[in-house]
Design a protein around this ligand. Structure first.
Ligand code: DGT
Ligand code: CA
Ligand code: CA
Ligand code: ZN
Length: 578
């Protein structure tokens, strides 16, 4: 059982209890356990074996017992009891966006609707029966009908880069109309999550202009369907099925709206509790005293400041300890894109890249980099035209010759050597010893189980010639999960052997992911953020660096944690460390 599978059981129990009208406090405690399990980098089975499940936040004696039962028997009696108490189709209904457990319960009790199928039928042929349900007006039913149609088509969450491209287009449409004072992206996209559910945009303008701005938004080229077109809010679907929401907000509450709609919901709830303790009320319109007087809300900083906190970078707003750190003035100074001085993972047309060595060097110079490494694939990557020992030797000569021509950039002769199934490498130590830089990456046998996968990567990290473990889990977002690894053990081994861990910046990978990055730093490991570029285009693959920096920031990384922020002399010293 993986952490995610156990988490799903707890989440489903919470949903069922909510349908059954259980105590909200109890429901919340199950949701909290589900979230903690889904996010933790610890191996739940190992924690259980050590009797330490209760070290997880929110996991008390009861939850620990339930987790143990799941691990032992693969199921949970209480979960199955709960499932027997609601029609099976009802849980499917919850997957429809905007349809929560409370509505599902009413559909069941008041209209006899217990499946998506029945809901779709009633929507098209018996709306009166649905409109009789408490809280289900015509407008809400339209929304549900849209969501049903949408769920039938598109993937639920899109990658960060896809969302960014859509947001850029819609933002431009909003900016071109009526010249609003400010247009900002909020929601999970501003927090730079690796996947995005829907895109949220906020625009500052007065009531007079709002209508025209929303009209321009809903008429934008990318829009395939308009879901809502109100006086302060517009909602559309774009090609591919993603939803985009625009809200128009006046200056005096722009900061409050920015804060609220940036989320996360969990961060907001925790922040609101801090406000309540200070006898203040926080919502999307502002921060208010008991008298009703507005205390803050024009800008985000003002809100955090009035609550005794330093401003929290959006990437940290996940309720993972950022508010306590902000209260103590101990938030990390996060690494920035401008801190990056070089890229140490890229391919040329000697393996599966599309550009020549010279073109890659010119592109890295255009990026303003002070150093770079060429890291083509090794021989067992046959489909990627991986280099064997002879071709590698020839390439190293070519790189050294080319490198001499440039005073402004250090060009390292490297390799992306395959980590074989058992942790051995695709080249012997003698061959690796000839290189300036070695990335070792897993590309095959990615369905390996956690213990083998962890042992495999640790073995590679222990090799004295390896500088960094590339895309450690091998996952591809929305396509394959990659290996589950014990990140703490790997990071400890990496730290002990002076081997770095890569944050592969390609938005399909983002590997290490955010929670891994945080755990790796806490275990003392160093990081490298690299693009894995396959083309010499400063606006193409090489520009993907920003997504890696986003992930590093979400993992609380500072520039000091990231090797490729080092000045050239310091990097040279690091390269000579082993
Ligand atoms: P997504 O779209 O699933 O990738 O994630 P978000 O975070 O963009 O979520 P979304 O679009 O549902 O809502 C945008 C923000 O609005 C969210 O991050 C926080 C705020 N928000 C939404 N619903 C609630 C809520 O019930 N309570 C609170 N406190 N904030 C909420
Ligand atoms: Ca969103
Ligand atoms: Ca939204
Ligand atoms: Zn690779």
């Amino acid at each position: 059982m993986t952490n995610e599978e156990i988490a799903a059981i707890f989440a489903e129990m919470a949903d069922i209890m909510e349908i059954l009208g259980a105590d909200p406090f109890r429901i919340n405690s199950y949701r909290k356990v589900a979230r903690v399990l889904a996010e933790t980098t610890e191996d739940t089975a190992a924690l259980a074996a050590a009797g330490k499940l209760q070290s997880l936040p929110g996991v008390g004696k009861g939850a620990a017992g339930r987790i143990e039962e799941i691990l032992k028997t693969g199921r949970l009696e209480q979960h199955e009891d709960l499932r027997r108490r609601v029609p099976a189709g009802l849980l499917e209904l919850l997957k429809v966006q905007g349809l929560g457990p409370k509505t599902a319960a009413k559909l069941w009790k008041q209209a006899g609707v217990t499946s998506i199928q029945q809901l779709a039928e009633a929507l098209s042929s018996d709306r009166a029966r649905l409109e009789a349900v408490e809280g289900l007006g015509a407008k809400k039913l339209d929304q549900i009908a849209e969501a049903l149609a949408f769920a039938a088509g598109a993937a639920r969450r899109i990658r960060l880069d896809e969302a960014e491209a859509i947001a850029t287009r819609l933002r431009a449409a909003v900016e071109a109309s009526k010249k609003p004072k400010r247009v900002v992206v909020v929601g999970s996209l501003r927090r730079r999550r690796e996947t995005i559910g829907d895109i949220d945009i906020l625009c500052q303008a007065g009531q007079r202009k709002a209508g025209a701005i929303i009209a321009a938004f809903t008429a934008a080229d990318a829009v395939t369907k308009v879901l809502a077109k109100g006086s302060t809010k517009g909602s559309v679907i774009v090609a591919g099925g993603t939803q985009v929401d625009l809200r128009v907000v006046p200056a005096k509450s722009f900061g409050a709206a920015m804060q609220y709609f940036t989320g996360s919901k969990e961060h907001n709830i925790a922040l609101r509790e801090i406000a309540q303790r200070a006898k203040l009320k926080l919502n999307e319109y502002g921060l208010f005293a008991e008298s009703g007087k507005q205390v803050a809300g024009k800008d985000e900083e003002g809100i955090y400041r009035a609550l005794g906190l330093t401003w929290v970078p959006p990437e940290l707003r996940e309720d993972r300890g950022e508010l306590a750190a902000a209260a103590d003035g101990k938030l990390p100074e996060l690494v920035r894109l401008e801190d990056i001085r070089g890229d140490l993972h890229m391919h040329t047309n000697a393996s599966d890249g599309r550009s020549s060595l010279e073109e890659m060097i010119e592109a890295c110079r255009a990026m303003g980099y002070q150093y770079m490494a060429i890291t083509d694939h090794s021989k067992s990557q046959i489909q990627a035209n991986g280099l064997d020992e002879d071709r590698l030797a020839e390439q190293v000569r070519a790189i050294r010759a080319a490198a001499k021509k440039y005073k402004d950039i250090v060009v390292l002769a490297g390799i992306e050597v395959d980590i074989l199934k058992d942790g051995r490498l695709d080249f012997s130590d003698d061959v690796l010893a000839e290189l300036d830089f070695v990335t070792a990456s897993p590309h095959s046998a990615l369905s390996q189980r956690r213990p083998e996968a962890t042992r495999r990567l640790i073995k590679a990290a222990e090799n004295p010639h390896v500088d960094v473990i590339g895309h450690p889990t091998g996952r591809l977002i929305n396509r394959r999960p990659g290996m589950e690894i014990d990140i703490v053990k790997l990071a400890q081994a990496a730290a002990a052997n002076d081997t770095a861990l890569e944050i592969n910046a390609h938005p399909w990978r983002l590997d290490l992911r955010d929670v891994h990055v945080r755990a790796a730093i806490e275990a003392g490991a160093k990081l490298l953020i690299c693009t894995d570029a396959h083309e010499a285009n400063p606006a193409g693959d090489l520009a993907l660096m920003r997504f890696g920096v986003d992930t590093a920031r979400r993992g609380w990384a500072t520039a000091a944690d990231v090797i490729n922020t080092y000045p050239p002399a310091k990097l040279k010293k690091w390269l000579a460390r082993k």
